[in-house]
Design a protein around this ligand. Structure first.
Ligand SMILES: Cc1ncc(COP(=O)(O)O)c(C=O)c1O
Length: 303
């Protein structure tokens, strides 16, 4: 497997181990940072690399910086070029995962809004561990962050304190992963992925108001499912006990792609096997990201 050798920092390509951030920067001290995880898939026939939904990831980054009042000059064109250069410089021979992190470099008081710096790393990423077997989830006793405290709809680094506590608890309780509930007890999302379930033939996902990240993959699945079936995905609040009524369930995200969920709170989801809608969505999704089906939405950006 290829190894990362070059990192991008403030428009400069550097040897991987030479990236640096000052420990007194706001980014480090107050988690004044927002990030994106993107993937560039290698087309198996042409060998070309294409970034999946770059424009939507960049838009979410911009919105995150707006909410966090970053005073920056990053542009979509500039970042597309910079990330393409980063991927080429690493000479990957397989799929690439890109972590793009934007932070306040200023040292000192919390209320500063700049200067803003960024770093981006490209690394290999294997197919997630549970993609073929499915995973078990436990409903966490930690609540999901709420919009009026630390808005979960943006990908702020600080939000991952909540996600990490949840993940650690799930692991120590013997689950593969966790599901979080909102402070009012509705199903929200997993620490690093969104949640879908199937009940009586309908695909259901918690609505954005359920304290979830405005996920690019969630939007991709809604779009692809509705195109493939002509049926709308139901976006609404989901009660905890409804999880036990699900016939199928899966998690989704750029890094996780689509991971079947086969147990929740030690109860089988449906009959405990990976269901047909989950398998169908895995296939449709992989065909779209690798351009095995035509890119009718303009979701792929050539590197
Ligand atoms: C909390 C959370 N929810 C959902 C997702 C999925 O988001 P996306 O599909 O944009 O990668 C992520 C991805 O990192 C996440 O961290």
């Amino acid at each position: 497997m290829w190894q990362p050798k070059i990192i991008l920092q403030n428009d400069k390509l550097l040897p991987y181990e030479q990236a640096s951030v000052h420990p007194m920067s706001l980014g480090m001290t107050y988690a004044t940072a927002v990030f994106e995880g993107l993937r560039a898939y290698r087309n198996p026939t042409t060998g070309d690399f294409k970034i999946f939904r770059f424009a939507e990831h960049f838009k979410r980054l911009l919105l995150g910086m707006k909410v966090m009042r970053f005073d920056h000059s990053l542009t979509e064109d500039g970042m597309r070029e910079a990330l393409s250069g980063l991927i080429r410089a690493n000479e990957p021979d397989d799929d690439v995962y890109i972590r793009l992190l934007v932070y306040i470099e200023a040292l000192g008081l919390m209320a500063q809004t700049g200067p803003v710096g960024y770093t981006a790393a490209a690394s290999p990423r294997e197919r997630p561990k549970f993609a073929d077997t499915g995973m078990s989830l436990g409903v966490s006793s930690w609540s999901r962050l709420s919009d009026n405290a630390s808005p979960p709809r943006i990908k702020a680094t600080a939000n991952y304190h909540n996600a990490r506590l949840t993940q650690l608890q799930a692991k120590s309780d013997g689950y593969d992963g966790a599901l979080m509930l909102t402070p009012s007890g509705k199903v929200s999302e997993a620490p690093i992925a969104c949640f879908f379930m199937v009940r009586e033939g309908k695909l259901i996902t918690p609505n954005i108001g359920s304290n979830i990240l405005e996920s690019v993959t969630r939007d991709t699945i809604i779009t692809l499912y509705e195109e493939a079936t002509g049926q709308a995905v139901v976006q609404r609040e989901v009660d905890r006990s409804e999880l036990y009524f699900a016939d199928e369930a899966f998690l989704c995200g750029t890094g996780q792609e689509i991971i079947p969920v086969v147990k929740i709170d030690r109860l089988p989801v449906g009959d405990g096997a990976i269901g047909p809608i989950t398998k169908k969505m895995q296939k449709i999704y992989f065909d779209a990201v690798r351009e095995l089906t035509p890119d009718t939405h303009g979701w792929l950006t050539k590197v």
